[in-house]
Ligand binder design. Structure first.
Ligand SMILES: [Cu+2]
Length: 363
């Protein structure tokens, strides 16, 4: 009952404050859609206050803690908007895509700071195909990770992709397919990793980092022009591909408006099964160096309670004793993300306005 009143209140507030975007689903209209029991597996407490938490925070309007807040975060079910997108995709969501890294070849030596990436996709695709929708700027895409940097999105496998300004030294490249909302496919063969070495590549060490801001990919370029990204100066850690490895994927970049109501934490696991899946490992996460929380089944979670401003998210693979599993430093990754809660009508502006282009598809 209390919850019903709250959601009605929240709905009214959203209506009057005008901060609901056109594609926002009515929070008071129905229960969470939950196809396949994905969120049910999370075993949220039966009397979970998560919905109330999110509502209360919204009802209080913009929280003044712009940085460093550690309280108020709560795990919530898969957002309805995403559950609906999943359902609409039908069989595609159950695809079992397999990637192959054609280039760079395993242990290749590359005599250039521009490293071409060529991938092949196969497996039981059920219609899954990486491609950006021209209108929504969203679509299936591959997450491409150099060393342990934030991933870059690769949308069209028929077109080349290149990593630019890659520093001399040994590197790792990790790839896996992702859904339009950046949730990774987790079936066997989806994830691939190679090591390669850049020698005398001539990368410009003074080049500013340009990858962290969630900029739009170069997909508007004419066919034939490679998709590509400038890389930060980085080299591989001492990573052993045969050892337990957690690959950080999301969150990343900037989250605006309704996209920040619940933010997904998603990762790829290699050679490690979590306790809830019959294994011995757990994934530990903390936000803004706050309370450590654990993920015991390999699946994404959604967290609410984000205030406007910058937040850090740390995701780690830990053993039975709670120690980070060593693997070249990749099993403990901290990322900074930015949450924008403008509370204005910005999200309803035309999508042709580049300054307000949807960020979801771009990172
Ligand atoms: Cu993505």
């Amino acid at each position: 009952m209390k919850l019903t009143k709250l959601t009605i209140g929240l709905t009214a507030l959203l209506f009057f404050s005008g901060c609901g975007s056109s594609d926002r689903t009515d929070p008071g209209s129905k229960q969470q859609v939950n196809p396949g029991g994905w969120t049910g597996e999370r075993n949220l407490p039966a009397n979970s206050k998560v919905a109330g938490h999110g509502g209360e925070r919204n009802l209080h309007g913009t929280d003044n803690h712009s940085e460093g807040g550690t309280g108020g975060f709560a795990e919530v079910p898969r957002p309805q908007k995403i559950a609906e997108m999943m359902a609409q995709r039908g069989a595609q969501d159950e695809a079992r895509p397999t990637l192959r890294i054609v280039e760079p070849a395993s242990n290749a030596n590359v005599a250039s700071s521009t490293v071409k990436v060529k991938l092949e996709i196969s497996g039981d695709l059920k219609g899954y195909k990486p491609m950006m929708d021209a209108a929504t700027k969203m679509g299936n895409h591959i997450h491409v990770i150099l060393d342990n940097q934030p991933y870059e999105a690769y949308y069209n496998l028929d077109r080349e992709f290149e990593l630019r300004n890659v520093a001399d030294g040994e590197h790792t490249l990790r790839v896996f397919p992702s859904r339009p909302w950046h949730e990774s496919y987790k079936s066997d063969g989806a994830f691939q990793m190679v090591k390669f070495t850049v020698r005398n590549g001539g990368a410009n060490a003074s080049q500013p980092a340009t990858t962290n801001s969630g900029q739009t990919m170069a997909n508007a370029a004419p066919t034939g022009t490679p998709e590509g990204k400038e890389m930060q100066k980085t080299t591989a850690g001492a990573v052993d591909a045969s050892k337990p490895l957690l690959t950080y994927s999301r969150p990343k970049g900037e989250y605006k408006g309704a996209d920040a109501d619940a933010i997904m934490i998603d990762f790829w696991l290699s050679n490690a099964r979590l306790v809830g899946d019959g294994g011995e490992y757990r994934v530990r996460y903390s936000i803004n160096n706050g309370e450590a929380k654990y993920i015991e089944k390999w699946q994404p979670i959604w967290v609410s309670g984000w205030t406007a401003g910058k937040h850090s998210v740390k995701v780690e693979l830990v053993d039975k004793a709670g120690n980070v599993v060593d693997n070249g430093g990749y099993n403990s990754t901290t990322r900074e993300i930015t949450v924008v809660k403008d509370g204005t009508n910005d999200t309803t502006q035309p999508k042709t306005n580049a300054a307000h282009a949807p960020t979801e598809g771009a990172h």
